[in-house]
Design a protein around this ligand. Structure first.
Ligand code: HEM
Length: 465
């Protein structure tokens, strides 16, 4: 909480926003339970602080089998590993930043994660509100942060034998554990000695039957497509809330225009490049359809774009293993999620949304999932799913879409890699049963369930960007 106050003092605009929210929601009253869910900004400030300066700096795990992290860093079976809890690749404190599962880990993840994680966030919120109801906090004028200040400077880190440059072998012998800096770069050990068995990033692409150069790694324009891929990933990752909310049209347009210009300038659309980079071209088409505004065309996004679009989208969903697509690094499910969010937005007053979603107004599961979308609150979704699965509402909580969303949520919060892969395969099988034609796909993309966002979240966790 002290760190959060420091950050707020360093960002007076954020502090003003927070104070306004507290004034509007709680005012001078005693804070009550129902106030908590009405203060998203407070939630973001607290969680963004724990992202950068987690009170528990790390946690220890023992590798169950040999792993090759990021295709580079070898971890032997049984090796104790300290995981740095700080997600520090993004240094800027920005409450509106979305949190990424497995990168945001102040409470650890998995079966031994903190059991007090919900409680402590409530505790922090109550304390922060009470503090601000009685006090203001300001940074003393004499406290000046030196230019480029860091808590541990690189030279100091090196003298300790840790850091991006690697861990000195003698320290490995002495300490018998490795500091893995997931975000800053990891301890680099001689790569590739043991064939990795567990880490999904190491599954050879060839085994997953991806058609030749679908993922744009070999053709003459591989470099330009790789830039486009990076820019599309950045669009999804850097736009606050983009996981469950539509990205503003202007940003989408800029990304599409820049990608087209780059590929065109390099000759990547020439007739000689027809068979090059299927995923890249599909990604470009998916993002472009987010710009269509004619409601009739939006209602039939896949069908109106024609067979040349419908067929690759159906192939992607039904024929190519989702894990293979994830490994290509193309965030195609994230783009499908954007198409779906856009469709639901454009069509909201024009179609019978409830029958598309298979819900009635009082559907508790659906309402809980929708309620968690604006703040991308995955743990609220996980809780709602658990309640729904333990206690299904017979009056109708979404039919096929509700069931698929529940499956996708379970996959999204599954921390065991093998279990997650099984759930992804199960989801794809379920999708095959539900979608056969471009009409089916259009309907499924028009849903307001956060299905596609959850699929993206689940699948993209194993992508190689
Ligand atoms: C901001 C406050 C907190 C942070 C950052 C935090 C962080 C953590 C972390 C990282 C772990 C995993 C340790 C490991 O796996 O080695 C953990 C475990 C645990 N935490 Fe917290 N915690 C906090 C507050 C709380 C509170 C308030 C409670 C109790 C009400 C609590 C109870 C526990 C328990 C019992 C475990 C062990 C769980 C197990 O091993 O199964 N924590 N905590």
């Amino acid at each position: 909480m002290a760190s959060c106050l420091c950050y707020l003092c360093a960002h007076p605009d954020c502090k003003a926003k927070l104070l306004k929210e507290i004034d509007e929601v709680v005012g001078d009253d005693q804070i009550r339970w129902e106030h908590l869910s009405q203060m998203p900004y407070l939630d973001w400030c607290i969680k963004e602080t724990m992202r950068l300066v987690p009170p528990a700096v790390g946690f220890m795990r023992q590798a169950r089998g040999p792993q090759l992290l990021g295709k580079k860093w070898r971890i032997d079976a049984g090796m104790p590993v300290i995981v740095n809890a700080a997600w520090s690749s993004e240094r800027k404190w920005d409450p509106k930043r979305g949190r990424v599962w497995f990168a945001y880990i102040p409470f650890a993840v998995g079966p031994r994660a903190c059991i007090g994680r919900e409680f402590t966030v409530v505790e922090q919120k109550v304390t922060m509100v009470t503090l601000f109801q009685h006090f203001d906090f300001q940074r003393p004028k004499e406290v000046q942060v030196p230019e480029g200040y860091k808590t541990v400077r690189q030279a100091e880190a090196k003298s300790l034998g840790v850091g991006c440059g690697g861990v000195k072998p003698e320290y490995l012998h002495i300490l018998r554990f490795v500091y893995v800096y997931f975000m800053l770069g990891a301890a680099e050990i001689s790569p590739g000695k043991a064939e990795p068995e567990i880490c999904p990033r190491s599954v050879p692409l060839a085994q997953l039957a991806v058609p030749e150069d679908l993922e744009c790694q070999k053709g003459p324009h591989a470099a330009v497509w790789s830039n486009v891929k990076k820019s599309f990933r950045a669009l999804l990752e850097d736009t606050p809330g983009a996981l469950f909310n539509p990205i503003p049209e202007a940003q989408v347009k800029t990304a599409v225009d820049q990608a087209i210009a780059q590929v065109k300038a390099a000759g990547g659309f020439d007739s000689s490049s027809t068979n090059e980079c299927g995923y890249g071209k599909l990604a470009l088409q998916l993002l472009s359809v987010c710009l269509v505004s004619d409601p009739f065309a939006v209602a039939q996004t896949v069908q109106s774009a024609g067979e040349a679009f419908a067929s690759p989208v159906l192939t992607l969903l039904l024929d190519i293993p989702w894990v293979a697509t994830a490994l290509s690094g193309w965030p195609l499910f994230g783009l499908l999620a954007q198409v779906s969010l856009r469709k639901a937005d454009v069509l909201k007053d024009m179609v019978d949304q409830e029958s598309i979603d298979g819900v009635s107004k009082g559907s508790t599961y659906f309402n809980a999932m929708r309620g968690a979308m604006p703040s991308s609150d995955l743990s609220a979704m996980a809780d709602a799913t658990l309640t729904y699965l333990n206690n299904p509402d017979p009056t109708g909580d979404g039919g096929v879409l509700g069931a698929l969303t529940a499956l996708a949520t379970q996959a999204a919060v599954q921390s065991n890699v093998q279990e997650r892969l099984n759930l992804i395969n199960g989801l794809q099988e379920a999708m095959k049963k539900a979608v056969h034609t471009s009409q089916d796909l259009d309907l499924m993309l028009a849903t307001r369930w956060p299905l596609w966002s959850l699929i993206h979240f689940t699948v993209d966790a194993i992508s190689v960007g």
